[in-house]
Design a protein around this ligand. Structure first.
Ligand code: PLP
Length: 460
């Protein structure tokens, strides 16, 4: 770190409080200041180049230097830099994007509603669901089932859906009416000898028991990511979504697919719902919708959701919800151009093809002494590290080994993220097989660099 008092690092420490950061430790370590982007690479202010193996925050599909998105933003900024959709107003980028999203959806959908972030979109989903229950004359139907280790954002209601301790501790969360069911992680949580199908049946049975215990008339919806992202890239076991959906249909419970990470090609299909045969009533979209060049998110809802809401808004006089920046014209224009690029360049096909290469390369590391599990689909993967393969025990405190290897990875020119002891890979969808080889090579060197320390401590 540059120690000069007026260096960007020193000014960052002085003036900037960071998201998702140990604020006290940051005063000692300082920031990594990223200055520019080029394809799958970013460069810091010291001129070091990294493969951005997380696509920023699971989001930059088209890479970090796409001129067509810059031009789309510039065009729209010159023509109409701001407008909104309150009180029946509209503008062309938003109408075009709404039409595009409803037509792209893998199940029959009716309307698109626009927000600015994944968290806002999930908060909006909850409000729509509650409003709908009241519209249907079912005011008791307000509970929402989410999952431990699910990630749905950080606003008060979305953070409550999120099933991770760091999003609840000292925030006085979760709020009422949010229930958390089991994580579908076969490797970690299955009983000895339990097959994936058997494990899925057990989890579906757990959900049914929860519904019956709470009273089916009180359960409004179930929310889940097709693949859990921030909870550690948990790929659902065989039969999971089919069995869960059978239970939800039995009790007429809405299904919300949080496609914020999986949407727009990540899993090798346009949506994660296609990869896993999910038939949602609400789809929540963000991140890769605009490659995060500008903030925008959307909910796609079917008529089962829209029609009662329309009736209720007619009774009250309005649907009293909306954000000033929701459906911003410049963000909408960028999202449209970004989706066009994903289609034109067949980035979904690339995620399938290069993703298969990533998955195969990572699985070759399964015999490494520090690797517990390799998991993933398409261009999203995680490698869970352990100190002891048989017992799956961590190295000292949970997350210590993940942080150690992630540190080596950064020194080796790859930006990744450790979620506990799981190292995640979620690169831009434009990545090539050669770049994957560089990335996995750097990861292998990082594992080897960590091994002596792990062994030394185990022997101490
Ligand atoms: C699946 C999922 N849902 C919601 C969110 C929240 O999105 P945002 O950070 O834009 O509020 C995220 C963010 O990582 C996410 O991964």
């Amino acid at each position: 770190m540059d120690a000069r008092p007026n260096s960007p690092e020193a000014r960052d420490i002085r003036y900037h409080m960071h998201a998702y950061t140990n604020a006290r430790k940051h005063q000692e370590t300082g920031p990594l200041v990223i200055e520019k982007g080029d394809g799958v690479y970013v460069e810091d202010i010291a001129g070091n180049r990294y493969i951005e193996a997380m696509a920023g925050l699971w989001s930059v599909a088209v890479g970090f230097s796409e001129k067509r998105l810059v031009e789309a933003a510039t065009r729209q900024m010159s023509k109409l830099p701001f407008y909104h959709d309150f009180g029946s107003k509209a503008h062309s980028p938003l109408i075009d994007l709404a039409e595009k999203l409803v037509q792209m959806a893998p199940v029959p959908m009716s309307k698109a509603y626009f927000t600015n972030s994944g968290s806002e979109a999930n908060d909006t989903a909850i409000k729509m669901i509650w409003y709908r229950s009241n519209a249907l004359g079912q005011p008791a139907r307000k509970k929402i089932i989410s999952r431990k280790r699910g990630y749905h954002g950080v606003t008060i209601a979305s953070a409550s859906l999120t099933g991770l301790p760091n999003n609840h501790l000292s925030f006085d969360l979760p709020i009422a009416n949010i229930l958390h069911t089991s994580t579908p992680h076969h490797w970690r949580d299955a009983e000895p000898g339990e097959s994936e199908e058997q494990f899925s049946s057990r989890l579906a049975y757990d959900i049914e028991k929860l519904i019956l215990a709470e009273g089916p008339e009180t359960i409004a919806a179930f929310i889940g990511e097709p693949i859990m992202g921030a909870g550690g890239v948990i790929v659902p076991p065989a039969g999971y979504w089919q069995k869960i959906q059978a239970v939800l249909s039995k009790y007429d419970i809405l299904l919300v697919a949080d496609e914020v990470i999986c949407g727009f090609g990540r899993t090798g299909e346009m949506f994660g719902s296609q990869t896993f045969g999910i038939r949602p009533d609400i789809m929540v979209l963000s991140k890769q919708i605009s490659s995060s060049y500008l903030p925008i998110s959307a909910l796609i809802i079917n008529d089962k959701v829209f029609e009662p809401i329309a009736d209720e808004s007619n009774r009250i006089g309005t649907f009293g919800h909306g954000f000033t920046g929701g459906g911003h014209p410049v963000a909408a224009a960028v999202a449209l151009e970004n989706i066009k690029l994903i289609e034109e360049r067949d980035l979904v096909g690339n995620a399938r093809k290069v993703g298969a290469h990533l998955q195969a390369r990572l699985r070759k590391l399964a015999s490494h002494p520090l690797v517990g599990e390799v998991r993933g689909v398409g261009l999203i993967a995680a490698v869970e590290l352990v100190a002891d393969k048989a017992s799956k025990a961590p190295w000292g405190k949970p997350a210590a080994l993940g942080a150690l290897v992630n540190g080596f990875l950064q020194q080796n020119g790859v930006i990744s993220r450790n979620m506990g002891d799981a190292i995640a890979f979620c690169p831009p969808l434009i990545i090539t097989e050669t770049q994957i080889d560089t990335l996995v090579g750097a990861f292998e060197r990082s594992l080897d660099a960590a091994l002596p320390q792990v062994r030394a401590q185990a022997n101490a």
